[in-house]
Write a protein that binds this ligand. Structure first.
Ligand SMILES: Nc1nc2c(ncn2[C@@H]2O[C@H](COP(=O)(O)OP(=O)(O)OP(=O)(O)O)[C@@H](O)[C@H]2O)c(=O)[nH]1
Length: 213
């Protein structure tokens, strides 16, 4: 019998943004439903996996969490061209992290494949009192870049599932034809394996019958 499929397709998403904006916390909230307020800077890159079901397709997302610190940029840039989706993150309580998005976006233009799907996220939406970037400013910038926009909070979980899932949906849509072809050939393959399997079992039965006579 053919083995049950764990997932149909695998996509890579990459999280980019200044150090301290909350990339690691967002990823932990999404994959482990946990929030740890301590800030341990990511060294280089780290990743976590999650399987989502989108339009009947089991999508395994591998999410790369990159270090925001400048000194790791040579390493992290090597991951840009292998990503199908990018999540740009800034901190709504930290204006410079919003201003630096221009730099992050131009790096992506330089190093990522053309078909890469991008969304913009303003994190720490629970910190309304210390907000430095308005929702309107975030949304305007996203519009200028042609991206969808979310304000999230890893602390309260607000919009965390929605933003990661949307990024995965956009990648799936962009690669829909490839995925359909792939699933078609995968189904053909599994069917064939099933038939071959069936056939070899019949062969065994047949040989056993010959022996028994
Ligand atoms: N209030 C609030 N604090 C948050 C939120 N997300 C993250 N933080 C805090 O922000 C700090 C930095 O979070 P990290 O997830 O480590 O930041 P990062 O972007 O991964 O940083 P680098 O690994 O250095 O690039 C931590 O002290 C978190 O507790 C949030 O949604 N709300």
């Amino acid at each position: 019998m053919a083995m049950a499929k764990q997932y149909d397709v695998l996509f890579r998403l990459l999280m980019l943004g200044d150090s301290g904006v909350g990339k690691t916390c967002m990823l932990r909230r999404f994959t482990e439903s946990e929030f740890d307020p301590s800030h341990i800077s990511t060294i280089g890159v780290d990743f976590k996996m999650k399987t989502l079901e989108i339009d009947g397709v089991k999508v395994r997302v591998q999410i790369w969490d990159t270090a925001g610190q400048e000194r790791y940029q040579t390493i992290t840039k090597q991951y840009y061209r292998r990503a199908q989706g990018i999540i740009f993150v800034y901190d709504i309580t930290n204006r410079p992290s919003f201003q630096h998005l221009a730099k992050w976006a131009s790096d992506v233009d330089e190093f990522s494949p053309n078909m890469v799907q991008r969304i913009l996220v303003g994190n720490k939406s629970d910190e309304e009192l210390t907000r430095q970037v308005t929702t309107e400013q975030g949304s305007k910038l996203a519009e200028a870049y042609g991206m969808e926009f979310f304000e999230t909070s890893a602390a309260t979980s607000n919009n965390i599932n929605e933003s990661f899932t949307r990024a995965a949906e956009l990648v799936l849509q962009a690669h829909k034809r490839d995925v359909d072809n792939l699933l078609g050939s995968l189904d053909d393959y599994l069917e064939k394996v099933g038939l071959d399997d069936e056939k070899s079992r019949q062969d065994v039965d047949y040989s056993q019958r010959t022996c028994a006579c």
